[in-house]
Design a binder for this molecule. Structure first.
Ligand SMILES: Nc1ncnc2c1ncn2[C@@H]1O[C@H](COP(=O)(O)OP(=O)(O)OP(=O)(O)O)[C@@H](O)[C@H]1O
Ligand SMILES: [Mg+2]
Length: 252
């Protein structure tokens, strides 16, 4: 497999690399694979391929950029494991083009010095990684804010890339905040209607059987009011205005 390892075309072009894995990327997927942005937000429909594309990018990084540290993180270990399993699957499909030094359930270490590590979704156990080249946050809308704040410094010195991918989950949390107002992000919005593998017929069936706000959330990239929210976010935003002086002093 030395040929694959040294194939400059694959090293330079992540789309060619995806094709080598038997994937024909959709339009947005090509853009994402070719992107050189180091801050990326994917607000995508269920099953649109966001985890798969991140797995391709993660493996490409580890194979062709020796010494890379790639971290996979999700709200629960099971979800980060799923992402890691996709990466491991691709690595095997390619015939392990760079030899493994350590191949474990939650991590893959390559002889070129790159490591891909799965992290559990708990803020207490993830500290301590530095020199991160790529951090992939899957199901990012469901990640606790504390977790996000704990991982960001891992990119500080290394200047590593951060990718947050998710289907929306209410108007709350860092994924939502970054999506609507964060600076420096490259954004992708991919509703199910743009996914060639999701048929119109299936979507109609889902529309008929799901509560409308769930349908919009899962398939239309929509940040819906959270289920347990009595007042809409818009109503609350309008109620909390700084035009009204507080009744009691705020100490200032
Ligand atoms: N370009 C493509 N060509 C063929 N199959 C694809 C392509 N992109 C994604 N898929 C397939 O679509 C399915 C869904 O992909 P994936 O799990 O990456 O989606 P997702 O957006 O992460 O979904 P979820 O929201 O459920 O986590 C997988 O079986 C994957 O292999
Ligand atoms: Mg996924």
């Amino acid at each position: 497999m030395v040929a694959l390892r040294e194939d400059l075309r694959l090293a330079l072009d992540c789309v060619a690399f995806a094709r080598e894995l038997g994937i024909v990327p959709d339009g947005w997927q090509e853009d994402f694979l070719r992107s050189s942005a180091d801050r990326v937000l994917l607000n995508c429909s269920r099953q649109s391929g966001k985890s798969t594309m991140s797995a391709v990018i993660a493996l490409h990084r580890a194979l062709y950029h020796p010494g890379s540290l790639v971290l996979c993180l999700a709200p629960a270990l099971r979800q980060s494991q799923e992402l890691f399993a996709k990466i491991g699957g691709f690595y095997k499909d390619l015939g392990r083009p760079v030899a493994p030094q350590g191949e474990r359930k939650l991590s893959l270490e390559l002889e070129n010095g790159s490591r891909i590590i799965t992290l559990p979704g708990s803020e207490k156990t993830i500290r301590g990684f530095s020199g991160t080249s790529l951090l992939v946050l899957d199901e990012a809308a469901r990640v606790e804010d504390e977790l996000y704040f704990a991982v960001r410094p891992m990119l500080a010195v290394s200047g590593g890339a951060l990718m947050m991918l998710s289907t929306p989950y209410g108007k709350r949390g860092v994924f939502y905040e970054e999506w609507i107002g964060g600076h420096g992000w490259e954004r992708y919005e991919v509703p199910a209607s743009k996914c060639p593998r999701i048929s119109e017929g299936f979507l109609e069936e889902e529309r008929a059987s799901l509560p409308p706000f769930i349908f919009r959330q899962e398939y239309e990239c929509s940040f819906e009011e959270t289920e347990d929210q009595v007042f809409t976010t818009d109503l609350i935003d309008r109620a909390v205005t700084d035009e009204v002086k507080p009744l009691f002093g705020t100490g200032g």
